[in-house]
Design a protein around this ligand. Structure first.
Ligand code: UDP
Length: 236
């Protein structure tokens, strides 16, 4: 299969919940896992970061202490990873969940070397728990792990089909970019990915593709290098 050899796929929590908006849409997740399996069978090294928005959004929990709210958010991402990893088991693909903090024997502690060895052995590695620190997002966790494992690209599967110049839900005239640089994304203050993640990707020259999780075989097509969604490149 032409395309990327080592990818980090970021799945937003909301996208995994589908129309249910909370929890898991099992059909969506099974479809995602079947696509990940195709990648692994084609010798692509696959790692995955999952958000937590289908359980908890630390940023919007009102008067609660932000650090505590974010800790719950990070644990929500761990629950998501354990769930999707178990769907991998059911579909016959070995996988490992790594976290930046100890959760007893439920997950493995993050290690670059172990993650690479797992991927090279055909296992999917889930990087759960974000960065392990409050005041960050899973976008930043994905960018950080993507840099650490030297991924070829970050593939962001969302419930929107790319990067727009304004919110298409608010503005029917919103224009979708097929390509934009990460620097331009920051200059225009576009919210497709958060600024900390974008800055890290610029520094480490890590390209990003944003695409619709609902697109048929979207993950496989993007990993093969097909241009659906928006490619976020890095200016020299
Ligand atoms: N979070 C955090 N640090 C991290 C990653 C995530 O504190 O490094 C928390 C934060 O509260 C966030 C929640 O986990 O709101 C879920 O992550 P995110 O909002 O990125 O998930 P998504 O919107 O992609 O589902």
């Amino acid at each position: 299969m032409n395309g990327y050899r080592r990818v980090l796929i970021k799945l937003s929590g909301e996208a995994l919940a589908g129309t249910l908006q909370r929890g898991f849409d099992h059909l969506i997740i099974t479809d995602v896992v079947k696509q990940l399996k195709i990648l692994v069978e084609n010798k692509v090294e696959v790692s995955v970061v999952i958000g937590g928005g289908n359980f908890w959004r630390g940023r919007t929990s009102g008067s609660m202490d932000r650090t505590k709210a974010d800790q719950i958010g990070m644990l929500a991402t761990v629950m998501n990873a354990i769930y999707v990893a178990d769907v991998c088991r059911a579909e016959g693909i070995p996988s490992v969940v790594q976290t930046p903090f100890q959760i007893g024997s439920m997950t493995e502690l993050f290690s670059k070397d172990a993650a690479l060895a797992h991927m090279q052995a055909g296992k999917i590695v889930f990087f759960a728990g974000g960065t392990g620190h409050p005041f960050f997002s899973t976008d930043t966790g994905a960018a950080l792990r993507g840099c650490e494992i030297e991924a070829d690209a970050l593939l962001f599967a969302k419930n929107i089909d790319g990067v727009y110049d304004s919110d298409p839900k608010q503005n029917p005239e919103a224009k979708k970019y097929t390509q934009i640089s990460c620097q331009e994304l920051l200059r225009q203050n576009l919210k497709a990915i958060d600024a900390a993640a974008a800055t890290l990707c610029i520094e480490q020259k890590l390209p990003i593709v944003v695409f619709d999780l609902g697109a048929t075989d979207g993950i496989v097509r993007v990993a093969k290098g097909e241009h659906i969604g928006t490619t976020i490149s890095i200016e020299e």
